[in-house]
Design a binder for this molecule. Structure first.
Ligand code: ATP
Ligand code: MG
Length: 427
């Protein structure tokens, strides 16, 4: 990548001219952009609007990766966008966005694209939010210029635009330098931006892990200084952010980095944060064992159970004389604060409790294979049983029994084509 022109310092003033890289100077090709996203971009452009690809899509394309989704920003208002696309819907009360739907017969779910109007702030204070609720036309005050839209984003590498009008890449925040140097740098003053939205603290760690980038020093200091604000993040938002992580298989890495920065205690309950180093190897095993296509719900259940496991296991090692009701009480007790942080749906809490019950049943020597197999979460429990074996020095009781069973279990469709016997081959 080469800059067509470079810029003096203080890169974060919105009115500054952006760095513009013409098509020959960057690798983003229309061929790599989803064809429906290209259609949307062109339709906006052909009606006289600015139409940029934004966020993670541009970052990933510049890195030569396949983007997960294609977010679009424009100077058309949500109403104007809605008018242009029959297959669209305005969503959100405070930040009005447009969702455009494409139905592909080969897919069960429609493909959804998010079209946002350039805006100047990411978060609102209470007064602003309330006045917008009363007078929706005030929402227009949130709209801004492309430069302002770049400024309100989280990290420089997430704030680069791709302009369909001339295929150029537009960079207001020196994101291209950071992308080249593999750096996660928050836009603007780190303390202010992390305080404004503490979820960015976890996002910084998440992108560092996912991309293998380094967190820039001031950004790192800022996130540590503001980390106690993570406790203010509503559970639903925390869960949303984390859910995205499971299938990307960066949870173990995120927890490791959080441990290194010593900030896990601000977003995890004390018990869980304390036992986190012991939970990480289990989560790594989950990430290695379950295929990427495995759904987020399955992985969420496994990861949360893994977070609980070391604490439970310390009190109740697997043994023939363990009292199941005591284990269940402890699981219930430890799940409560975890649930307060993550707002787990009821079915997940049930699943997790079931996993522990089944795990301790296996551990106690329950060998009623058929009966155990009929339970929904048996394989999850078996996974942990095998995982405990590979982490601990002594084989748990009944290990060879389940090792043998696994060979035939593998032929059972309930095993979801996962080779559980693999877990039992480790010493
Ligand atoms: P992914 O590949 O995980 O989708 P992404 O960068 O696209 O990565 P999204 O959560 O989809 O992440 O968000 C899209 C864009 O919105 C980001 O790239 C960033 O520019 C902006 N953004 C998202 N969350 C925040 C936040 N908390 N604060 C500021 N900007 C944000
Ligand atoms: Mg995205």
């Amino acid at each position: 990548m080469t800059s067509s022109h470079s810029r003096d310092k203080n890169p974060h003033t919105p009115d500054l001219e952006p760095v513009i890289i013409t098509r020959s100077g960057h690798p983003v090709s229309r061929k790599k952009i989803d064809h429906n996203a290209v259609k949307i971009l062109y339709r906006l452009k052909n009606h006289g609007f600015k139409a940029y690809l934004a966020g993670g899509a541009v970052r990933d394309l510049l890195l030569g990766k396949t983007p997960a989704d294609f977010d679009i920003v424009t100077d058309a208002t949500p109403k104007q966008v809605k008018k242009l696309f029959r297959n669209s819907r305005i969503i959100g009360r405070r930040f009005r966005l447009v969702h455009i739907f494409f139905h592909d017969r080969s897919q069960s779910m429609p493909q959804i694209f998010e079209i946002a109007t350039f805006r100047r702030t990411f978060t609102l204070d209470q007064d602003e939010a309330e006045s917008i609720e009363e007078q929706p036309e005030l929402a227009n005050n949130l709209f801004g210029s492309p430069g302002e839209d770049a400024e309100r984003r989280d990290f420089t590498i997430n704030a680069i635009f791709y302009n369909i009008a001339d295929f150029s890449v537009i960079d207001y925040v020196d994101g291209l330098h950071d992308l080249r140097d593999r750096i996660i740098r928050i836009i603007g003053d780190p303390n202010l931006r992390f305080a404004e939205d503490p979820v960015r603290i976890l996002r910084a760690l998440e992108f560092a892990c996912r991309l293998g980038f380094t967190i820039e020093d001031e950004t790192g200091k800022g996130l540590v200084a503001q980390a106690d604000r993570l406790s203010e993040v509503p559970a639903s938002r925390l869960r949303e952010e984390l859910k995205g992580l499971y299938s990307k298989k960066t949870t173990a890495a995120l927890l490791e980095l959080g441990h290194r920065y010593q900030i896990n205690q601000y977003w995890l309950p004390p018990e869980i944060a304390e036992n986190c180093p012991e939970a990480i190897p289990f989560i790594k095993q989950i990430e290695n064992f379950y295929p990427t296509a495995n759904n987020d719900k399955e992985l969420e259940k496994m990861v949360v159970a893994a977070l609980l496991l070391p604490g439970i296991f310390k009190k109740f090692p697997l043994a023939d004389n363990v009292r199941l009701n005591l284990v269940q009480e402890l699981v219930e007790e430890r799940l409560k604060p975890l649930n307060q942080r993550f707002n787990l749906p009821r079915f997940q809490r049930h699943a997790i409790k079931d996993i522990f019950t089944l795990l301790y049943r296996i551990g106690r020597g329950d060998k009623r294979v058929k009966k155990l197999l009929s339970r929904d979460h048996f394989f999850a429990a078996l996974f942990f049983y095998a995982a405990i074996n590979s982490q601990a020095s002594n084989k748990p009781n009944h290990f060879s029994f389940w090792q043998k069973q696994c060979e035939s279990l593998n032929r059972n469709s309930k095993a979801k084509n996962l080779d559980y016997s693999k877990l039992f081959t480790k010493n």
